[in-house]
Design a protein around this ligand. Structure first.
Ligand code: GDP
Ligand code: IMO
Ligand code: MG
Length: 430
């Protein structure tokens, strides 16, 4: 038995969806364990594009079970819309292939509004969130006033839970001069969709235990990236969940001994969407070229992603923090046209050399990247499926990157299409 956790090793959008879909051919179960519909995971299969936000990327394959764990925050309306959207593309979604944790917390309309209100009020100090209500929903979870999937089962219970959460939110809303939320209206709206959500709800920890007993192969699908982790990322410019691999255990109830391998998805350069420090950001023609060739626009918000060189110092750090065993290097083909390619191998902080990202944002903004330069390959690698078919300069870049981050590159992605992937070491067979 081999269970793999897939996480993003940078600031998200590394290509997790593509790699999870590709790997899920070998898995039985695919589970999301954190985040919400702030995630946007793209799969391209025979020219057809699927964009998944809450649904695990295994959903597109037949005979796989997709699971949304307790660590995920669910906007029930967004989930139902997504289910309809994917069904309209001919994908089956029913209670045989989708399970939702009864303990998952809900994102409600006042969470989304609070996210908007805060971002608008912050002006230049905004985080640049996806405005989906993720942060406010996790706050209510930790504040023990949240509404969970299971609360939709009884009107009496839902009434009491809404009373508690609205007491908190309406007090803030009144203070901000915003209209208050009416409990009965919200309750009515929730009860209307409750059966549609509840039919998928299960004790996920229990089902995972059964899957383990049946020796099923489990793929845990992380969202966002380690640099957006609320503890280990570029705080406060982070998301509100733990994106590290160990949260796959907490966010599903399977225990850390169920994780056998951690695969870090790593873009061959760096992108970030939203505000916050980005040492290797390129605000020049090369940044524009990476954005254009890589089609770097947000899957969820369509925002332009900021682009920059590969930051080896950062990825080496996230590999350690998340316990990554091997990486899948994605979007190599985006670098095809460049004359030379740079990799950040150290920082300069006020004249001192630093080998890791300093913890404070103040220092993170100040540091200057120190680069190593590699010759480009100026040949198309798009769609290459074997290591031998890569140009030498591309191989040299990959080997140098592997050496620097002290971790094996176990696969390389050369286009958005599912099968345009070079397999070096199969994580299911290690
Ligand atoms: P995720 O959030 O990590 O799943 O990544 P996204 O789906 O948000 O963004 C990755 C984008 O890059 C998507 O548009 C993918 O279709 C695309 N993509 C993934 N792998 C490759 C690759 O190897 N080459 C190219 N050119 N595009 C890729
Ligand atoms: P996937 O799974 C890239 C970023 C937002 C913002 C910060 C906080 O597709 O890689 P939030 O709405 O979570 O409170 O926003 O996190 N962010 C992502 N960036 N990829 C994502 O997901 C992201 N999810 C959130 O842009 O900077
Ligand atoms: Mg994405």
């Amino acid at each position: 038995m081999k269970n793999i956790v897939v996480v993003g090793s940078q600031w998200g959008d590394e290509g997790k969806g593509k790699i999870v879909d590709w790997l899920s051919e070998q898995a039985d179960i695919v589970i999301r364990f954190q985040g919400g519909h702030n995630a946007g995971h793209t799969l391209v299969i025979d020219g057809i594009t699927y964009k998944l936000r809450l649904l695990p990327s295994g959903i597109v394959r037949k005979n796989k079970i997709s699971v949304i764990g307790n660590g995920v925050v669910i906007d029930p309306w967004a989930l139902l819309d997504e289910i309809e959207e994917i069904k309209s593309k001919g994908i089956k979604v029913d209670t045989d292939n989708l399970l939702i944790s009864e303990s998952a917390n809900l994102i409600l309309p006042f969470h989304r509004e609070m996210d908007e209100i805060r971002e608008d009020a912050a002006g230049t100090k905004k985080i640049g969130t996806t405005r989906r209500g993720i942060g406010p929903a996790y706050e209510d979870k930790i504040g023990r006033r949240s509404i969970r999937v299971m609360d939709l089962r009884s009107e009496k219970n839902l009434d009491q839970r809404l009373e508690t959460v609205l007491l908190h939110h309406n007090a803030i809303r009144k203070g901000l001069g915003k209209k208050i939320f009416k409990k009965d209206l919200l309750k009515k709206d929730l009860l209307k969709i409750a059966p549609e959500i509840l039919k998928f709800s299960q004790p996920v920890w229990f089902r995972i235990n059964e899957f383990k007993r049946q020796k099923k192969k489990i793929l845990f699908e992380g969202a966002q990236g380690i640099l957006l982790d609320v503890d280990h990322g570029t705080y406060p410019f982070v998301t509100s969940s733990n994106t590290v691999a160990s949260n796959a255990a907490t966010g599903t109830g399977c225990g850390p001994n169920s994780i056998n391998y951690v695969l870090g998805i790593t873009k061959a350069y760096t992108t970030r969407v939203g505000e916050g420090p980005f040492p290797t950001e390129l605000k020049d023609n090369i940044g524009e070229l990476l954005g254009a060739r890589g089609k770097e626009f947000g899957t969820v918000t369509s925002r332009k992603r900021r682009c920059g060189w590969f930051d080896g110092v950062l990825v080496r750090q996230t590999i350690k923090i998340s316990g990554i065993d091997g990486i899948a290097l994605t979007k190599l083909d985006v670098l095809d046209e460049l004359d030379e390619i740079k990799m950040c191998v150290q920082y300069d902080l006020d004249g001192k050399k630093v080998n890791y990202l300093p913890a404070s944002v103040e220092d993170q903004i100040k540091i200057k990247p120190i680069y190593k330069t590699f010759p480009g390959w100026k040949t198309s690698t798009k769609g290459v499926k074997n290591m031998e078919d890569l140009p030498d300069n591309a191989k040299n870049y990959i080997f140098a990157l592997e050496d620097f981050i002290e971790t094996k590159v176990s696969s390389i992605s050369t286009s958005p299409e599912r099968d345009d992937t070079i397999l070096i070491e199969n994580p299911f067979e290690i």
